[in-house]
Design a binder for this molecule. Structure first.
Ligand SMILES: [Fe+2]
Ligand SMILES: [Fe+2]
Length: 173
């Protein structure tokens, strides 16, 4: 069983790499297929796998400790998850429509949104969680994280894809 905060930090590092790859892709005018794959990764890994752990598990514990869900740091990050979801839908649509200017505009906005989001969680919310939760609760969160199903076909496939996206965007992994 792994430390759940380290699990989220590890996932944040991978998400940040994909965000950096997207930022580089915008500069290099990569084909739409690159964005389609990066957006698929963000949907499956960042949103369905990672954000779900935060929303359905860790953040519920923070709410149980009295952290409000509608304002303050938790209110902010939950709203950012919703904005991010809307951008994913929009980026998919722009890619399908081959509307490059709209796609690039939303990619830029999404990268900015999610970079700030990951920073808020790493610098503020995860340290607060570590300080608030008891050792027993941290063990419960770890067990619940372990029970979250891996994205199909496996978490390794999705994590390896990060290196491919980074290499294609011309950056360093
Ligand atoms: Fe988040
Ligand atoms: Fe996160």
């Amino acid at each position: 069983m792994s430390d759940p905060f380290q699990v989220l930090e590890h996932e944040h590092r991978l998400i940040s790499k994909v965000l950096d790859a997207l930022a580089q892709a915008v500069e290099r005018e990569l084909p739409v297929s690159f964005y389609e794959r990066a957006v698929e990764w963000l949907d499956i890994y960042a949103t369905q796998f990672h954000h779900a752990k935060e929303e359905d598990i860790l953040y519920r514990y923070l709410m149980d400790h009295g952290m409000p869900r509608d304002y303050g740091p938790l209110g902010v990050v939950l709203e950012e998850h919703d904005y991010g979801d809307a951008y994913i839908v929009a980026m998919r649509k722009h890619a399908a429509d081959q509307d490059i200017p709209a796609l690039l505009e939303d990619v830029r906005a999404y990268v900015e949104l999610l970079k700030a989001h990951v920073e808020t969680e790493d610098d503020l919310l995860l340290p607060m969680g570590r300080a608030m939760l008891t050792a027993e609760e941290i063990a419960e969160v770890a067990a619940l994280f372990d029970a979250v199903p891996d994205p199909e076909p496996s978490v390794d496939v999705w994590e390896t894809m990060v290196e491919q996206l980074v290499a294609e965007a011309g950056g360093k992994a």
